[in-house]
Design a protein around this ligand. Sequence first.
Ligand SMILES: Cc1cc2nc3c(=O)[nH]c(=O)nc-3n(C[C@H](O)[C@H](O)[C@H](O)COP(=O)(O)O)c2cc1C
Length: 147
Amino acid sequence: MINNFKLALSNYPTGIICIFSKNLKGYYDSIIINSFASVSLKPLLVLWSLDKKSSKFNVFKNSKNHIVVILSGNQKKITKELAFQKDQISKKEFSNILKKSICYFTCSKNKVIKAGDHLTFFLKINKISQIKKNRPLIYYKKKFLIL
Ligand SMILES: Cc1cc2nc3c(=O)[nH]c(=O)nc-3n(C[C@H](O)[C@H](O)[C@H](O)COP(=O)(O)O)c2cc1C
C-alpha cells in the first residue's frame, strides 16, 4: 500500500522548496521538501511536513523561524547537494541560494501538529522577497526537471 501510494504521488509533479533555519553559530540548516502547501490568505499561512526520522528533526522542531525558498531550474545541482550531502551552509552560500531562487518567504511558526510519522508546521509569512521570472525546478517521477 505504501509503495503504491508513493508510486501514485510520483505522478503528481510538485515544485521544490528548501526550508532554512539560522542556527546560533550563524550557519544555516536546510532541508529539501515538496510537502509545501498554501493554507490561508488572512492571515498568510503555508505548511510543510517534516519526517520524524529526519536528521534535521530537532533543528526544525526547535527553531522559531523558517525561511521558505522556491527553487529555480538553475539550482538543480545545489538542490541535490542540499538533499543528499550538505549539512550546514555558510551565510555566503545561503545568500547565493536566495539570489538564484525564484522567491522566498520569511516565516514564523504559527502552529505545529503531529500527523502520523511527520510533524506539520503551519507558518505565518512575515515577508515576501522580490519575485523573479526564472523557470521553476520541479520533481516528477523521482526526477528533478526544469519546467
Ligand atoms: C524531492 C524531495 C522532496 C522531499 N520532501 C520532504 C518533505 O516534505 N519532508 C521531509 O521531511 N523530507 C523530505 N525529503 C527528504 C529530505 O530532503 C532529505 O533528503 C531526507 O530527510 C534525508 O536526509 P537525512 O538523511 O538527513 O534525514 C524530500 C526529498 C526530496 C528529494
